[in-house]
Unconditional design. Sequence first.
Length: 409
Amino acid sequence: MTLSVGYNGSDINNVRFSYKARSGEWKDAEILSATPASRATANYNVTLKVESTYRNVEVKARAGAAEAAFTAERQTPDFTAVAPENDVFAKHAVVRLSSINDEVAADLATSARWAVSTDNGNSWTNVSATVSGTSARLEGLTPGTAYRVRATVSDKQATAALTTEAALQIPNSDMETWSRTDGQTKYWWIEYPGASKADAIWATVNELTTSEGGSGTNPFDHKGCSYCAFSGTRKTTDVHGGSLAAVIETVGYGDNDANGTTTVGKGCKKIAAGELFLGSYDNGANYSGYAFASRPSSIEFWYKYRQKNSADYGYAEFRILNSDNKDITEAKTIQLPKADTYQKVTIPLNYLRLTNGKAAKIMVSFKSSGNQECLKINTDNLDCPSFGNTSDGRFTGSSLYIDDITLNY
């Protein structure tokens, strides 16, 4: 900063200068140079080293007991604004200012008046911003909307263009749509959480737990009975909201016997946790997720849980990945304890480095038994069909109910 200073003393370098910093403290200002403005006057051009700012600067000059105070007026420097694509979400966006240097840009961001336009700048609406360094976070934006953002400081302006993400929801997240393929008897079928198997983006392991189903319902051939083939994940009218929800159950399946009890190799031959997940089932579970281009702030759902074994718990996992299949949020895995009535669970989604990019895929999965010890075949983990049953008796373990999955933005 260069000032014109009148001084009739013997040496201008004897003058001590100080300035009021952005923090409000008075700090010494180093004289970088001091040259006479002319031979005829006692005026000097004095260049001081002060912190970078576009603001007016209060300065004091002291020589012995004499002191003078004045304000150095500065012009607002040029600056630019940009809204990096990765910083634009559904309801908020971060706009970054650039100027002479970061210190000046930070001052400008703090002082700026912020406004947005949805008609390409024909009209503007003032908005509040939370400033951090050179960046300003604008809240309250409308999802799926093209904006121009304007920052105004004194007589200078800068604008940036951005388009907010859509506030997408996962299809059939309310668990209201189901379909089924009938089995060979009325005691078993394959159920799908969608209008059809082809349309369903949610998947189950029902094809596994019905894979050995048949048509026999007599003491010599009972593969048509529920305890040999059954869909562990099904629709239910025991809901939080709407008409239907999902019940996800641990079930026994295979060439089983109804003998009123079970041990390994006797009664129940195989066991599987019920599952509900985004993906598909094709000779095995494919946890591929669902194509998804938005970044919610949290996910919530309603659940209740009936334990067969008191050591068991439901399990849920949530991930959001970019186009390189890299996580852009911290992966969330949670245990769901016993709950006799529907309980709401809200999971904040904490995004990792914004350089990880936009969302390309969301992964959600639920399991009825999270404790592997509770997937051992015994009567601690399974209720059993009555002896000699040849119809709808089942091997049933813990039951997880899921309804009304919502993404918040």
